[in-house]
Ligand binder design. Structure first.
Ligand code: GCU
Length: 846
C-alpha cells in the first residue's frame, strides 16, 4: 500500500503544489512499499509515443499494458492513450512476437525464443516511431514492459530503445516459509501476506502487489507456504483459498506451488499409512492433485522437505527420496506440475564423539546414489552449501554429483544467518561466488550456474529458488537495503553473469534515484557488507558462529559444538577446524570431482576463506595471508567491526540526497549494526582467546580500557547474573535488578576532561520493557526504554545492544549513574558503560 498525498480543499492543494515545486524529494513520501517500482518523475530523453495498443487478451499482456501506462504516466507525466488500432501516430505495441509481427510487418522478431524472452525496440514506421514491447509468450511481453520501464527509470538520458533478453533457466521461484496461522518461519518483516488464523487472508491486495514486484524481475513461481508444511494445506477449504492466491498472482505471470507434508494421507486423509508405494496413498495424492488443478489450472507443483529436521519421509518405509518424489511427480505430470524435492536431508542427531561424522556429507551421500532415478518432472533442490545458509560455505558437492537429474539451487534472501535484516548484508557477491565456482565435473568447465540451469549436463529442467519470506510490513523486508537481495537474487536467476556491482547500482538508481553520489554511496555500503559481516562473525570457514540453539542471530560459538546438529568447527585448546580430508578426516572432500577435491585436500591450495571448513589446524598455523590462524581471527574481527562503523559515515553522505524516511530508517540500522558488530567481535575473540590461551599480538582482546563493567561499579540492588555463554558479556555476567523497583550502578570518571561519546551496553529482551536513566552528577542526561523486539528472549548475545550519547562533556571526578527499572519480567539488565573521546580518529573504539 503506497502512501499518497491527499490535500484537502484549496489550501491543501496549494500546499501540495508548493511542496512539489520546492522539493521533489518531499513530494514523494517514501514508504518502501513500491520497492524498485517507484517510477519517479524524470525527464526522459526518449520521446514516449502518444498511443498504446495492447494486442491479445492474455492476463499478463493486459498487465503489461496497464503497467506501461502507469509507469510512463508517473515518470513522464503523460500516459499514452489506449487505442485499439493504428491511429497514424507513434504507438507502443504490446503483445507476443506473433501478435506484434502481424501488426507491424516491418519489425523483425527474434528467431530463437525461450519462454519468457522479450524484445523492446523503437521501430520507424510510416513516418513515426513505434515502440515494440514483445514477448515470446504472454509472460515475456510482461517482462518486456518492465524492462522498458526499468531502462527509462534507470537511464532517463538514454534515447535508444533496443534490448533483447531471455532468462537463463525455466525455474525462477521464490519460496515463502509462511504458516497457515500467519506466522513466518525465519520471516523478519511482520506477518504473512497470504495466511491468517488458519486460512487464506480475505484481503490479498499485498499478494497482488508482491506478484507485481516479482514479475518485474522475471520471477515466475512462488511456493507460498513453509517447507515444514502443515497437512492443512490440502484441505478443500485451503485449496479454495489457494485458488484465490493464484488468481491474485496470475496476472503477473507468477504460478503458485505449495510445500506438502508427506504424512498428509494419514493426517487428513484418514489412511493408516503414508507409504509412497501403497496404492491407497497413491490414489489419495492423485485425487488431491486433481482437485488442485481443478481449482488452479496453472498450479506449478509441490516442494517437499522430508526425512529432515523432524519431518517424516520415505525412510520410514525403507524407501528412498526418489520413491516419494516420483510418486508425487506421476500425479503432477499430466498437468505439467513439478516436484521440487529438497536435498536438505540429514540426521540432526549426529554423534559428536565420532570424528568421522559429518553433516556436510549428508546430501551427497543420500542423493548421489539416486542419480538418474528421478522422473523428468522432479527437480532436486540443493542449498548453495552443504550445511545451511552460513555466512560462507563451499559449493555443495552434490551439484556435480547429479548428472542425470534436474537440479535447482536454493538460496536464502531472508538473511536468517546473516543478520535477519537488522544488519545490512548484501548477499549477491556470496551467491555469485557459488554460481561461478567451477566444479570441474567430468574434467570440464562446469560452473555451478551451468549445472543448475541444466546446460552442463543437458537437463530439460532446472534453475533457481530463493527463500524470500517477505511480510506485511510496508517495506516487505525489515531493512530497506535488504530489498537489494530480493532484486539481486532475481537478477542472477535471469542472468547469473551480471556483476554484483551492476546489480546493486541498477537497484539503487531505481530505489533511491539516479544521483551518482547516491549510487556510489549505497555501493560503498552494500558491496563490502557481506565480507564485513563474515569478518566480525565467522571468518575462515568457521560458519556464522551464531546461536544455533536459539534464534540464529547473535554470537554463541559454543552453541555449535557438542551436540547432534553437526555445525561443528571442533575447537580444542590446541587447534580448530573440521578435518574433512579424505586422508585423515571425514572424507567429505572426496565428494567433489577430482580437480576440486585435490584443491581442498591440501592446505596449501585451500583458500584461507575455507581453511577451517576443510582442515583442522593448530592455532599457530600460518595461513596464506602470512599470519597465524588465531591472530587472523582476532584481526578480522577487529577490522570487520571497524568497517561496520564506516557504513554509518558512508550512509550519512546521503542526508538530503534521498528521502528522509528511508534515510533515517537505514541510519538507525547502520548505527545498531556498528554497535552490534562490537558485540560479535568481543564474543568470538573472547571465546577463541579462552580456547587457545594465546594473547592478541595487538593487545586488544580482553582489554577494554574505555569500559567500566557493571561488576566494577558501585551497585545498589543490581546483582550479577551468569550468562549461558560466557563470551557474551564482560566476565560472562550481566547485572540484573531482581528484587527492587529500581536499582542503580555508579562509577566515578577518572579520565582527562573532554568531550566523550558515552554508551551503555545493555540487554533488550523481547518480552520486557525496562526503563533506563543515565545521570551525570545526579542530573538526568538520558532516559530510554528497552522496548526493541530483538530476536532473543534471554539475556544473551542476541539481545546485547548499546545506547549511545554523543558528545558528552566529562571531567575527572564526575559521577555517572545508571538507574534501571525492571518491567515486564525484564530486570533492566546491563553489561558495562563505555566512554571514548569524540576526537579519537580510530574507528576501532569500544
Ligand atoms: C534452516 C532453518 C529452518 C528451516 C530449514 C530448512 O535450518 O533454520 O527454519 O526449516 O533450514 O531449510 O528446511
Amino acid at each position: 500500500m503506497s502512501f499518497s498525498l491527499r490535500p484537502r480543499g484549496l489550501h491543501g492543494a496549494l500546499c501540495a503544489a508548493l511542496v512539489l515545486a520546492v522539493s521533489p524529494l518531499a513530494a514523494h513520501a517514501e514508504t518502501g512499499a513500491d520497492g524498485w517500482l517507484r517510477y519517479a518523475p524524470t525527464k526522459l530523453a526518449a520521446k514516449v509515443p502518444a498511443q498504446i495498443q495492447v494486442l491479445g487478451s492474455a492476463a499478463q499482456i493486459k498487465s503489461a499494458g496497464s503497467e506501461l501506462q502507469r509507469g510512463l504516466k508517473a515518470m513522464s507525466g503523460h500516459a499514452p492513450a489506449a487505442v485499439s488500432g493504428e491511429g497514424g501516430k507513434g504507438t507502443v505495441l504490446v503483445g507476443t512476437y506473433a501478435q506484434v509481427k502481424a501488426q507491424l510487418p516491418a519489425w523483425q522478431s527474434p528467431s530463437h525464443a525461450v519462454p519468457g524472452s522479450y524484445q523492446i525496440k523503437a521501430v520507424e514506421h510510416a513516418g513515426h516511431t513505434d515502440w515494440v514491447v514483445a514477448g515470446a509468450d504472454a509472460r515475456g511481453t510482461l517482462y518486456g514492459a518492465f524492462a522498458l520501464l526499468e531502462q527509462l527509470g534507470e537511464q532517463p538520458q538514454r534515447a535508444a530503445i533496443d534490448a533483447t533478453s531471455s532468462p537463463s533457466a525455466p525455474i525462477r521461484w521464490v519460496d515463502e516459509w509462511d504458516n497457515p496461522d500467519g506466522s513466518i518461519e525465519r520471516g523478519y518483516a511482520g506477518r504473512s501476506i497470504f495466511f491468517d488464523k488458519g486460512h487464506v487472508r480475505a484481503d490479498l491486495s499485498r499478494v497482488g502487489d508482491y506478484a507485481r514486484l516479482l514479475a518485474s524481475v522475471g520471477i515466475n513461481g512462488c511456493n507460498v507456504n513453509n517447507v515444514n508444511a502443515s497437512p492443512k494445506m490440502l484441505t478443500p477449504q485451503m485449496i479454495a483459498g489457494l485458488a484465490r492466491i493464484a488468481d491474485a498472482m496470475r496476472p503477473w505471470g507468477v504460478r503458485i506451488a505449495i510445500s506438502v507434508d508427506l504424512r498428509s494421507p494419514q493426517e487428513i486423509g484418514g489412511l493408516d499409512t503414508f507409504n509412497p508405494k501403497d496404492p491407497r496413498v497413491i490414489a489419495w495424492w492423485q485425487s488431491k492433485v486433481d482437485a488442485l488443478y481443478q481449482a488452479i489450472p496453472d498450479f506449478a507443483g509441490f516442494t517437499v522437505k522430508a526425512d529432515s529436521e523432524g519431518q517424516p519421509g520415505p525412510s520410514q518405509y525403507g524407501l528412498s527420496p526418489a520413491a516419494a518424489a516420483n510418486m508425487l511427480a506421476k500425479a503432477l505430470a499430466p498437468h505439467g506440475g513439478v516436484v521440487m524435492y529438497r536435498a536438505f536431508v540429514y540426521n540432526h542427531h549426529l554423534d559428536w564423539h565420532n570424528a568421522k561424522a559429518d553433516r556436510a556429507r549428508a546430501a551427497y551421500d543420500i542423493f548421489h546414489p539416486l542419480d538418474g532415478k528421478f522422473d523428468n518432472n522432479v527437480v532436486v533442490q540443493i542449498k548453495n552449501g552443504p550445511i545451511d545458509f552460513q555466512v560462507r560455505e563451499p559449493a555443495s558437492p552434490l551439484f556435480a554429483g547429479l548428472r542425470k537429474t534436474n537440479q535447482a539451487i536454493e538460496l536464502e534472501v531472508t538473511q536468517e544467518y546473516t543478520g535477519q535484516q537488522r544488519q545490512t548484508v548484501y548477499l549477491v557477491p556470496m551467491w555469485k561466488a557459488t554460481l561461478d565456482f567451477d566444479m570441474h565435473a567430468e574434467g570440464r568447465h562446469t560452473p555451478v550456474k551451468s549445472i543448475v540451469e541444466g546446460k552442463a549436463f543437458d537437463r530439460p529442467l532446472g534453475g533457481y529458488v530463493a527463500v524470500s519470506n517477505v511480510g506485511l510490513d510496508t517495506n516487505w523486508m525489515r531493512n530497506p537495503l535488504a530489498m537489494a537481495n530480493l532484486w539481486g537474487y532475481a537478477r542472477l536467476a535471469w542472468n547469473p553473469d551480471l556483476s554484483a556491482k551492476t546489480i546493486s547500482s541498477n537497484w539503487t538508481r531505481l530505489t533511491f534515484g539516479t544521483d551518482p553520489v547516491v549510487v556510489d554511496t549505497v555501493n560503498q555500503v552494500l558491496l563490502p557488507s557481506w565480507r564485513t559481516y563474515e569478518d566480525y562473525t565467522g571468518p575462515l570457514g568457521l560458519q556464522t558462529l551464531t546461536n544455533i540453539l536459539g534464534p540464529h542471530y547473535g554470537p554463541a560459538p559454543q552453541s555449535q559444538e557438542h551436540n547432534g546438529w553437526g555445525q561443528w568447527f571442533r575447537a580444542t585448546h590446541k587447534g580448530v577446524g573440521m578435518d574433512r580430508t579424505v586422508a585423515t578426516g571425514t572424507g567429505y572432500i572426496g565428494q567433489y570431482p577430482p580437480q576440486v577435491a585435490a584443491m581442498f585436500e591440501s592446505k596449501q591450495s585451500t583458500p584461507d576463506d575455507l581453511m577451517l571448513f576443510m582442515h583442522h589446524v593448530p592455532y599457530g598455523y600460518t595461513l596464506h595471508n602470512g599470519k597465524s590462524v588465531i591472530q587472523t581471527l582476532y584481526d578480522l574481527h577487529y577490522t570487520g567491526a571497524q568497517k561496520a562503523q564506516g557504513f554509518v559515515d558512508a550512509w550519512k553522505k546521503l542526508h538530503g540526497r534521498i528521502d528522509d524516511a528511508r534515510y533515517e530508517k537505514v541510519l538507525k540500522i547502520q548505527r545498531y549494526q556498528a554497535a552490534y558488530a562490537i558485540v560479535w567481535r568481543d564474543a568470538v575473540t573472547r571465546y577463541f582467546h579462552k580456547m587457545s590461551g594465546i594473547a592478541d599480538a595487538m593487545g586488544r582482546v580482553g582489554h577494554y580500557p574505555d569500559r567500566i563493567t557493571g561488576e566494577q561499579m558501585k551497585r545498589v540492588g543490581y546483582t550479577s547474573h551468569k550468562l549461558k555463554y560466557f563470551e557474551n558479556a564482560s566476565h560472562g555476567q550481566a547485572q540484573v535488578c531482581l528484587k527492587r523497583a529500581t536499582c542503580t550502578a555508579s562509577a566515578t570518571f577518572h579520565r582527562p576532561a573532554g568531550t566523550y561519546n558515552l554508551g551503555v551496553q545493555y540487554f533488550d529482551v523481547r518480552t520486557g520493557t525496562s526503563h533506563f536513566t543515565l545521570k551525570l552528577n545526579g542530573k538526568t542526561i538520558s532516559h530510554w526504554t528497552a522496548d526493541a523486539t530483538l530476536p532473543g528472549t534471554t539475556i544473551s548475545g542476541d539481545t546485547s545492544t548499546r545506547h549511545l550519547m554523543r558528545a558528552v562533556r566529562l571531567k575527572p571526578g564526575d559521577t555517572i549513574t545508571l538507574v534501571g527499572q525492571p518491567q515486564g519480567g525484564e530486570p533492566a539488565p546491563f553489561d558495562y558503560l563505555v566512554a571514548y573521546p569524540t576526537s579519537r580518529q580510530s574507528k576501532m573504539h569500544d
